[in-house]
Write a protein that binds this ligand. Structure first.
Ligand code: NAD
Length: 416
């Protein structure tokens, strides 16, 4: 994953003509933290887990990014994802840098008390390097609002009342209205803009989704509200299709109860992995990374791919899509709605003033539409695809901020 994230950066660096030295500087993480967490299991045995926080860049503001609890968490994964966060926050122009981290553990094997203790131990060991003006974690794979509440509580023991240390908190504990739907809503807004640029609306398209969790289910509902036909949805356990359009509200209710779309009576069952090559105008990967590869890229039938998941497309597949004229809307633009509303949550925490849902939706819409317009503008001016354009825009914004902070002659090599 680290190599892939650097590949897209390099494409943009080539467009900008950056030297190797400046590339190295822009890619190097600011700080890499690894901690060993010793806790006690419910059986009274000692447990050891490794925790990571990679802080990539603080040039444009405090660092921001998720915390995931998963057996694959390691320094490389956190570094790749921290890097992407720097470019993502720059694309939507919110005042943050990038970070990512997590704990190498399998939460399915842990009780809630054990997860709580591991989380609090982690906070105790990184409390000097996170904070509302330093680095603000958020939920990611296998972490949620409840865990964010524990982090706020533990951090506040050391630093006093600090709701702004994490985002994605429960609504009753200084969380924000609209955070849960934010990523799916952002994905929908970006698709609306893409279609508008082609003289179309949601009513003109059929859409297939891989993943019907937080992001996929909100995006599907919002797209269907505007008239898109959601013709296929696949998840970890199966798929369901309907050429006339699935009833997305009923599918969401079914999934809430059964934890999968499989078995939904309002459509036909299919093998989940077929969703990626479904006969639909738009494909929204909203589940895992690295699902669109050189092995299936030639068979993809959609003409627009909106990357709701992080890093769903390998560089080889990306190249095939480019050659085939398939438009790929990159993750650092398409799924940035989540971090954007996290920014609004943080702003509310700092102001101690709650915004209402209308204000959040309006601000999100404005941020996403502006980001799309800026990326599309770079793509047009430089004659590059949207992903390269998004990276070019982000690198320029980070470079410009770096240059303004460090008036060294050498910094003049940074891109502006
Ligand atoms: P989630 O856990 O709520 O949902 C994940 C979905 O993926 C589920 O429908 C699950 O069944 C499906 N899935 C899991 N394994 C699968 C498999 N092998 N094949 C097909 N489907 C599979 O997660 P989410 O919050 O909706 O996140 C989805 C993606 O979006 C992830 O890549 C995440 O990093 C990214 N993302 C999420 C947010 C956010 O705010 N939640 C923000 C930015 C990016």
């Amino acid at each position: 994953m680290l190599e892939e994230s650097r590949h897209y950066f390099r494409n943009a660096a080539n467009v900008l003509g950056l030297s190797e030295r400046v590339r190295d500087i822009l890619l190097a993480p600011f700080r890499v933290v690894k901690v060993e967490l010793i806790t006690e299991s419910d059986e009274g045995k000692l447990m050891k887990h490794s925790g990571y926080r990679v802080q990539h860049s603080r040039v444009r503001g405090p660092m921001k990014g998720g915390l995931r609890y998963h057996p694959t968490v390691d320094e490389d994964e956190a570094t790749a994802l921290a890097n992407l966060m720097t470019w993502k926050t720059a694309v939507v122009n919110i005042p943050y840098g990038g970070a990512k981290g997590g704990i190498n553990c399998d939460p399915n094997q842990l009780s809630e008390r054990e997860v709580n203790e591991i989380t609090r131990t982690f906070v105790g060991q990184i409390k000097e390097v996170i904070g509302p003006t330093i680095d603000i974690p958020a939920p990611d794979v296998n972490t949620n609002a409840k865990i964010m509440g524990w982090i706020m509580d533990e951090y506040s023991k050391y630093h006093g009342f600090s709701p702004g240390v994490v985002t994605g908190k429960p609504l009753h504990l200084f969380g924000s209205d609209g955070r849960e739907e934010a990523t799916g809503r952002g994905v929908t807004i970006i698709l609306e803009e893409v279609l508008k640029s082609q003289g179309k609306t949601m009513k003109d398209v059929t859409v297939a989704f891989q993943g019907f969790g937080n992001v996929g289910s909100y995006a599907a509902r919002l797209m269907a509200d505007q008239g898109a036909k959601i013709v296929a949805v696949g998840d970890h356990a199966g798929g369901v299709s309907n050429d006339e359009g699935l009833d997305v509200e009923k599918l969401a209710a079914w999934t809430a109860q059964h934890r999968t779309v499989a078995g939904f009576p309002g459509g036909d069952a299919f093998n989940s992995s077929d969703v990626l090559t479904w006969n639909a105008d738009v494909l929204v990967p909203a589940a895992l990374g690295d699902v669109l590869t050189k092995d299936n890229a030639a068979d993809v039938r959609a003409s627009i791919i909106v990357e709701a998941a992080n890093a769903p497309t390998t560089p080889e597949a990306d190249e095939i899509f480019r050659q085939r004229g398939i438009m790929v809307v990159p993750d650092i633009l398409a799924n940035a709605g989540g971090v954007t509303v996290s920014y609004f949550e943080w702003a509310q925490n700092i102001q101690q003033f709650r915004w209402d849902l209308d204000r959040i939706r309006n601000e999100l819409s404005a941020h996403m539409r502006k980001a799309y317009a800026s990326v599309a503008d770079v793509a047009k001016k430089r004659d590059v695809d949207l992903r390269t354009a998004a990276f070019v825009l982000a690198i320029q914004r980070v470079g410009e901020a770096a240059l303004s902070r460090r008036p060294y002659a050498e910094a003049a090599d940074l891109p502006t």
